[in-house]
Design a protein. Sequence first.
Length: 157
Amino acid sequence: MSESQGFEALQSLSSNPEAAPAREPIRDQFGRSYATGKRKNAIARVWIKPGKGKITINGRDQEVYFARPVLRMMIAQPLEIADRLGQFDVEVTVKGSGLSGQAGAVRHGLAKALTYYEPELRAVLKPHGFLTRDPRVVERKKYGRAKARRSFQFSKR
């Protein structure tokens, strides 16, 4: 069997849409989908269910918790891209890191929860990078240094 025959067989398998089984929605007994989002040191636990579009973070409304409009816009991005703005009630508990890291964690968790609720949304959200966990974290402090890379002030005399 030559290499070209093997490649053609492989290509025919990947181009067949019926070959990949359709994903099943993952929902609990209350009709909610749950996902965990992470960014820096922040961890967000996100529950979504059909509703009027109310987003609650740590028991507070999103306008109160995230006062900066940029952070609220960041959270709403997966819903806007998926064209589901105002269709889901979102309940979030988030801890760790600062407000920016928490907003990123909520966005990551919300995108994952949307794909669990409606698996066909994965194809919409994946190209925008909402399902990928941002691996960037703070670099650790090294001994003999003031911070991670900053050295102590040098004195010649």
